[in-house]
Design a protein around this ligand. Structure first.
Ligand code: C5P
Length: 208
């Protein structure tokens, strides 16, 4: 049995009190991974952005809004965990400035100045010690090459490659790559089935 941290869902970066940047992540794959891990007897801590999906009530869920908040909660929780599954889709950019009041229309183009947010999986990968980290990669071209590059840059033990069609969908098609670039699992189906297959693999390769 392991204590597993799962990041899930999108994050949100506000421009002003009512507008924000986000993405189409639904948190469904995260919720299915949470359920699969719990069914297999693991303790699960979830750090989730704003989503409508429900997480298994046996998981401890921490809700966050921004990528920086997600990082700070993940960093605190990872200290107590054996491994991290980073299935969240955190915003990679945030507005340099968040306006105190709703931005008014001027009839002119609005130029947004965005700065990069921290990469949660890469940060935890660099601090993992003897814990393990699994990343996800959603690619539209050079799929395996880009996924393996991400695995290396983010110090992941495994990376799960999925297609953009997975976003906000009930099904998923994945390949899992290891640090040598080997495809160690390929499967498709409902997110529930894919999550169960993924956890079988994590148990055989990562969880002692
Ligand atoms: O670079 P990209 O966003 O494609 O990488 C995806 C992987 O990195 C996922 O595991 C995702 O959860 C993680 N990630 C992160 N923090 C970010 C961006 C991505 O943890 N700011």
């Amino acid at each position: 049995m392991a204590r597993i941290l799962i990041t899930s869902g999108p994050t949100r970066q506000y421009l002003d009190p009512v507008r924000y940047i986000t993405n189409a992540s639904s948190g469904r794959m995260g919720a299915c991974l949470v359920a699969a891990a719990i069914e297999r007897g693991h303790d699960v801590v979830v750090v989730s952005g704003p989503v409508d999906v429900r997480y298994d009530t046996r998981a401890t869920v921490h809700r966050v809004t921004t990528t920086d908040e997600m990082l700070s909660v993940v960093r605190r929780q990872f200290a107590e965990c054996d491994g991290l599954v980073g299935v969240a889709a955190p915003c990679d950019y945030r507005p340099l400035r968040v306006e105190d009041h709703k931005i008014a229309k001027t009839g002119q183009p609005l130029v947004l100045h965005l700065v990069e947010t921290p990469d949660i999986v890469a940060t935890m990968g660099s601090e993992k010690g003897d814990r393990w980290v699994v990343g996800f990669a959603l690619e539209t071209e050079d799929h395996r090459f880009r996924a393996i590059t991400k695995l290396q840059k983010k110090s992941c033990d495994l990376i799960v490659l999925n297609e953009p069609q997975a976003m906000d969908s009930a099904t998923n098609q994945v390949e899992v790559l290891d640090g040598l670039g080997n495809v160690v699992l390929a499967c498709s189906g409902s997110k529930e089935d894919v999550a169960a297959r993924l956890f079988e693999l994590f148990e055989s390769r990562l969880i002692h």
